[in-house]
Design a binder for this molecule. Structure first.
Ligand SMILES: [Zn+2]
Ligand SMILES: [Zn+2]
Length: 340
């Protein structure tokens, strides 16, 4: 089979021809229909300092966001059958630690990540632990099904802050920012603003949902996040220190901040003024709840409350991976899909 692999700890990736893997007892073999490039894949492709310290399996097949069909099942798998159309939950829980046993397997103490610490889905076939495989309703088309994993981060961000009836400011209009903004609107936020320095991404955000899209290069936060736009909730998806520093003073007293972006280093904030005196709540989120986020997300898509189609901007064959990564990197595309 064809696969896009990371063969050494440095920039780039290589198309390889490999044997089709055989599923272990608790795994299934998927025929991958569509995979999607994640921000994490860009870090791994570039081999930046984060990737170099993220315990990435090398050599290893890249990719973790996908839709596929079950074509073989391990001896002990009873939850899935050949022919099932499925997506993959990246977080592989151990199933027996205190967090797994208390309903938080997505932050398992022994967490492994599909496509980072295991071979992933930028390939014609992939083996996946059955515990991470999700059957997808037929009402959800393949392209949408291929990005449920990152969409789930946006839905989880909205779930975390309980945004119903609230005014939300989303920082960043990359995939996670756009998905967060759409999810907040779908779940009944009173209003959502979204900021980014890339005009094309702001345009796509506006095509997905009725949001106020604004550019910090041409507008001042003091002019936008004011009056009826003072945020009750800030969802941070940029991983950019300055974006958070500029937004946080605008947070309403008693407000909530959800951090989904990854910051490259330490972050300097005025915690006394911006969190303590406001009695604000700060959350981090990692991945999606298994499986309440997936249940909610599938309901929102099936009932047409969540429209992310405009964010699926490019779809290329796997062999054009260099172009695909370039499009993803430049910000020209939002979600870039690959067909193996
Ligand atoms: Zn991802
Ligand atoms: Zn665990």
């Amino acid at each position: 089979m064809r696969a896009l692999a990371k063969v050494n700890p440095g920039p780039g990736a290589t198309i390889q021809h490999r044997e089709i893997p055989i599923p272990k007892d608790n795994e299934v073999l998927l025929s991958i229909k569509i995979a999607a490039i994640c921000g994490t894949d860009l870090h791994i492709y570039d081999w930046n300092p984060w990737a170099a310290n993220a315990n990435i399996q090398i050599p290893g097949i890249m990719g973790h966001e996908c839709v596929g069909e079950v074509v073989d099942i391990g001896r002990k798998v009873t939850s899935l059958s050949k022919g099932d159309r499925v997506s993959v939950e990246t977080h592989i829980p151990c199933g027996h630690c205190q967090l797994c046993l208390s309903g938080k397997p997505h932050i398992c103490e022994n967490l492994q990540l599909f496509g980072l610490q295991t071979n992933g889905c930028f390939a014609e076939y992939a083996t996946v632990p059955a515990i991470c495989v999700r059957k997808i309703p037929s009402s959800i088309p393949d392209e949408i099904a291929s990005v449920l994993e990152p969409l789930g981060v946006g839905v989880h961000a909205a779930q975390k802050a309980d945004i119903t009836g609230k005014r939300v400011a989303v920082l960043g209009a990359g995939p996670i920012g756009i998905f967060s903004a759409c999810s907040c609107m779908a779940l009944g936020a009173e209003s959502v603003s979204i900021s980014d320095i890339q005009p094309n991404r702001l345009k796509i955000a506006s095509e997905c949902a009725d949001v106020t899209a604004w550019n910090p290069l041409t507008s001042k936060s003091t002019d936008v996040l004011t009056g009826t736009n003072i945020p009750d909730v800030i969802i941070e998806t940029t991983g950019n220190e300055r974006a958070l520093q500029e937004a946080l003073p605008h947070l309403r007293k008693g407000g909530q901040v959800v951090l989904a972006g990854l910051f490259p280093g330490n972050v300097s904030l005025n915690l006394s003024n911006d969190l303590v005196f406001k009695e604000a709540t700060l959350y981090g989120i990692h991945g999606r709840r298994m499986w309440s986020t997936w249940d909610l997300m599938e309901d929102l898509i099936s009932s047409k409350k969540l429209n992310i189609q405009p964010a699926l901007t490019h779809h290329l064959p796997l062999e054009d991976y260099k172009e695909a990564f370039q499009i993803s990197h430049s910000g020209e595309g939002v979600k870039v899909l690959l067909t193996p």
